[in-house]
Design a protein around this ligand. Sequence first.
Ligand code: SF4
Length: 338
Amino acid sequence: MNRFEYLRPESVADAVKALASSADARALAGGTNLVDLMKYDVARPSCLVDINRLPLRSIEETREGGLRIGALVTNSDLAWDPRVRKQYPLLASAVLAGASPQLRNAATTGGNLLQRTRCYYFYDPSTACNKRNPGSGCPAIGGVNRIHAILGASDNCIAVHPSDMCVALAALQAVVHVEGPRGSRSIPFAEFHRLPAEQPQRDNTMEAGELITSIELPDSDFGPNHTYLKVRDRLSYAFALVSVAVGLKIGDDKIVEARIALGGVAHKPWRSRGAEELLQGQPPGEAAFDRCAEAILRDAKGQGENDFKIGLARRTIVRALRQAAAGTPQNQSDKSVR
Ligand code: SF4
């Protein structure tokens, strides 16, 4: 049995103090990933800091016309908030594509950013894994790697980030607010998650003792021309093999602005500014969509079992762009792919 301390602070300052007190301390919110990791003996925190009493459960409008989402807002409350549904339907759609209703009722916005990869080896302490045990090796390379990365992988790790919500947050250019022993700071979403490189044990750029307090969404008018298209092995309660979040602004039959982010393909939500720029000024159509997909996947590399993901990603990107341009977003209540 692994013994651990359990603390339940009443303020953000006390929570940060508790998290900074030990390198192994972990924040506990919905517990939908951390508790599993503890049961599997993958995570062994010396201290659990239960943050559920902190005042981080509200969604507030910002002066700039966006929304600030408290870290403890559940996935369900986020997806069904009328302001989110109206102004950020792309985000609502992505959240509803993830997990199950029961999990979404417990899982939190902050926790979603911190969930760990679903690589089979990572969850099996009897195997080597550089993410779980740095320096031990990566058996997924040359092993069972059907769900693994085709972009941004390293010789040390080819895992992917499992979130749906984060793919939409990347496309919407959210900002993550954190509080830590050295004060508060704001991290642009593109800089929050990291690629594995030499340190696959580090999923993100948070420092020791820091706590996510909120996620801010800038003003957005991608309303009608968006889609979150998720392709998976079954239509419910499965992680994405490939997912694509698209937001388009269209005027005078031309694409004025494009945002596109991919999930299930890399260690972080994958965004290609170069590919987005290729769409600008173009009439929405197959030629432009094909060029965009080609640009995003130019450096894609399969690992054997997951080679199929490159073609799948190409088709999913084109289809997502087509859906967004036509204003016919994927319906996450009726997930059938037509
Ligand atoms: Fe571990 Fe990453 Fe390799 Fe999976 S892909 S076994 S998480 S190092």
